[in-house]
Design a protein around this ligand. Structure first.
Ligand code: GDP
Length: 688
């Protein structure tokens, strides 16, 4: 018959996973008693191990759903906290420590928590049982304990002692039964005493006549009766060394010798139940009966619940199957697919453009530092009669000064760390593209996977970074000594730098007009600027803080205005120069540094890109999908995959409905086979 209980407990455990609904569960034995009634000692005697939290101010603050699983033929004894993922703990002091920690974690302000701790103990020495240990009733609220504690414990117990659960009401023999909080609570919910087992502890503390009278109690008659126990192990030396599974043996031995000394009161003829072993048997029997009796109602409730889940699955999810694994695999495939597209869209030309853009800025900076910062008059040759083009000194094209300027500028350009710059720019662009892909993928709702993907990208890029930037730097090395520009390149540079200068001019002018608006119009700005010009030339002497004549504007604003005006003026001149015949060919390169530097930057960009392509981009395109598989593929644990999928609330709900449906189907199937087993058992008993 015991195999039925085992199966029912299995079903009960699965139902715990389905949900909170109280109709969806099989009954359990709920243990109540006031503090110090000996409740823990009884439970530990049944389990055969000390494992419950102890301590003077230690109040159990959460229900413990204790499932005992008999494992015949095995020698191992261990516990598991399935919800915490703690498995196979064979050290019962460690179980005790975990339980203590879990209890202490309930904040004082909450007093007690209704959330149960699930603990399963596997052992060849335990019966198949499902017990719920509740916080002990307290009589007097102790120091440092919140005032509502008493009330809250009582409420929590009331919730659990409802039908169809069996109540195990623990009372100590040395306390008048009329004062037993456990019995009083049980009477409130089970007034006819039909589902309460009375346990009288500390039988050794009262004389035998009184003890027997308690067990035969007529004042609080219980259909399932009372059992008297002495569940404190004798303090024999070396109990710990004996091995804890001998706790029950020690208690049983002690009980036997105690009860047998009073054969009249506790012997077979006395008609009372005594001893922990008797109690265990009774619990097994009663639990099985109660579970069997609820089987039908529970399976009806499950069937109804299953219908609802099936309906929801159909209506909301179109019967679409989904698992955390399939969801992850699909999402990963989709990401890889869009990544494949990216590889076709971002290649050498795109890299080159990016890098050139970056070098353009450096070229502008160099020009500004080496050419455009001179007073205009320095830069201006006597105007050309023909086209009035402002120019670098024309009289002496080979002037050593301008040669040096150009050499120094191109040297600065080639030595600015092109390798590192190019690698950084391209790596950042790749990272941005991956991020954009992520935003459009289903991973966008998954912080965990998102960071795994970004990590995958940055790992590959970081790994390649130094070697790539070294390679690029090496390959542009020859340009550090000499840059040979061909006519064709010159023409392209001239074309390109015109656009660049035009854009720079536009930017300057936009900034100017913003400034104009902020000072109150173009005229005002002109006045201010011309005032500054005058002070520069020394025509006006500025007194005090220099604000008076400048209309009260700040020095920073004034210098910005002047800077923009000067910059715009010089760019206009240079733009004309670049477009003029003078810059039409390579011969005049010293007078056209803009064109020369642009052509040089183009050469640098093109060369760098050749190596970036081999060293960084191709490597990345090859490795990234593999790295994704590594991080988000098969080696992820089931728990990780589950966690990932559930990050998206929509997917989470979908998965939950499916899981609920599957669990309910599984339970129902198990229940059907259980009923058949039960039928067979009944037939067997009838035929005997
Ligand atoms: P709980 O607070 O209800 O869990 O009670 P405990 O199991 O911790 O027991 C309270 C005290 O009573 C402890 O000191 C136990 O050693 C003692 N005790 C428990 N059972 C017995 C018993 O059968 N006989 C005697 N003499 N003491 C017991």
């Amino acid at each position: 018959m015991m195999v039925l209980t085992k199966k029912m407990i299995e079903i009960r455990t699965i139902l715990q996973k389905v949900g909170q609904s109280s109709t969806l569960t099989l009954p359990s034995i709920v243990v109540i008693g006031s503090q110090s009634s000996g409740k823990s000692s009884v439970l530990e005697a049944i389990v055969g191990h000390e494992f419950l939290p102890k301590g003077s101010n230690m109040v159990t603050r959460r229900p413990i759903e204790l499932t005992l699983v008999n494992t015949p033929g095995s020698t191992e004894e261990y516990g598991e906290f399935p919800e915490l993922g703690l498995k196979h703990i064979s050290d019962f002091t460690s179980i005790q420590r975990t339980l203590t920690d879990l209890n202490l974690a309930v904040p004082d302000s909450e007093c007690v928590s209704h959330e149960p701790i699930q603990l399963t103990v596997y052992s060849p020495n335990v019966p198949d049982l499902s017990l719920i240990d509740l916080p002990g009733y307290i009589q007097v609220v102790g120091q440092n304990q919140p005032l509502q504690l008493k009330q809250k414990i009582s409420e929590l117990c009331d919730k659990y002692i409802q039908a169809p659960n069996v109540i195990l009401a623990i009372s100590a023999a040395d306390v008048d039964l009329a004062n037993s909080t456990a019995l009083r609570a049980s009477r409130r919910v089970d007034p006819r005493g039909e589902r309460t087992i009375g346990v009288i502890t500390k039988m050794d503390l009262v004389d035998a006549v009184r003890g027997a009278a308690i067990l035969n109690d007529k004042q609080y008659p219980l259909r399932l009766g009372y059992v008297g126990v002495v569940s404190r192990a004798p303090q024999s030396q070396g109990l710990f060394k004996m091995g804890a599974s001998n706790l029950l043996a020690a208690i049983t031995k002690n009980e036997k010798s105690f009860f047998s000394t009073h054969p009249l009161e506790y012997g077979p003829e006395a008609g009372v139940s005594v001893g922990t072993v008797t109690l265990r048997k009774k619990l097994m029997h009663v639990l099985e009966q109660t579970m069997s009796a609820s089987l039908q109602t529970t399976s009806d409730a499950i069937r109804q619940e299953l219908e609802e889940a099936t309906y929801e699955f159909k209506v909301q999810y179109n019967d679409r199957p989904l698992s955390a694994e399939s969801y992850l695999a699909e999402s990963l495939d989709a990401l890889k697919h869009s990544f494949k597209q990216l590889t076709g869209e971002f290649g050498r030309p795109q890299m080159r453009e990016l890098l050139k853009g970056e070098l353009d800025q450096k070229v502008l900076d160099l020009l500004a530092a080496r050419y455009w910062n001179k007073p205009i008059t320095d830069l201006l040759p006597p105007p050309l009669e023909t086209d009035k083009i402002a120019d670098l000194p024309k009289t002496d094209t080979d002037s050593l000064y301008w040669r040096r300027q150009l050499d120094a500028s191109s040297s600065a350009l080639t030595k600015l760390g092109v390798g590192r710059l190019a690698t950084t720019v391209v790596a950042a662009a790749i990272q941005d593209s991956v991020e954009a892909l992520l935003d459009q993928s289903s991973f966008s709702n998954h912080p965990f996977a998102r960071s795994a993907v970004m990590d995958a990208a940055s790992t590959i890029l970081n790994e390649r970074f130094y070697s790539t930037s070294d390679q690029v730097e090496n390959c542009i090395k020859p340009y550090k000594f000499e840059i040979d520009v061909e006519e064709r390149e010159w023409a392209q540079g001239r074309q390109h730098v015109s656009t660049l200068l035009k854009k720079e001019l536009d930017d300057c002018e936009t900034a100017m007009s913003t400034l104009e608006t902020s000072v109150g119009g173009r005229r005002k700005l002109r006045e201010v600027v011309s005032f500054v010009d005058k002070t520069r030339k020394g025509d006006v002497v500025v007194e005090g803080d220099g604000r008076s004549g400048a209309g009260g504007f700040s020095a920073a604003l004034l210098s910005k205005a002047v800077f923009l005006r000067d910059r715009a003026d010089i760019i206009k001149l240079r733009l004309m120069a670049v477009k003029s015949n003078q810059c039409a060919n390579l011969k005049n390169k010293y007078q056209c540094p803009e064109v020369f530097l642009d052509a040089a930057a183009s050469k640098l960009a093109s060369t760098a890109v050749l190596f970036l392509n081999v060293e960084l981009l191709s490597e990345f395109y090859y490795n990234f999908p593999r790295e994704l598989d590594l991080r988000l593929g098969k080696h992820l644990s089931d728990a990780d995959i589950e966690r990932f999928a559930k990050e998206d609330p929509k997917i989470r709900r979908h998965l939950e409905v499916i899981r609920r449906k599957e669990l309910l189907e599984l339970v129902l199937e198990k229940m059907e086979s259980l009923k058949q087993l039960e039928g067979l058992e009944r037939e067997r008993l009838a035929s005997n």
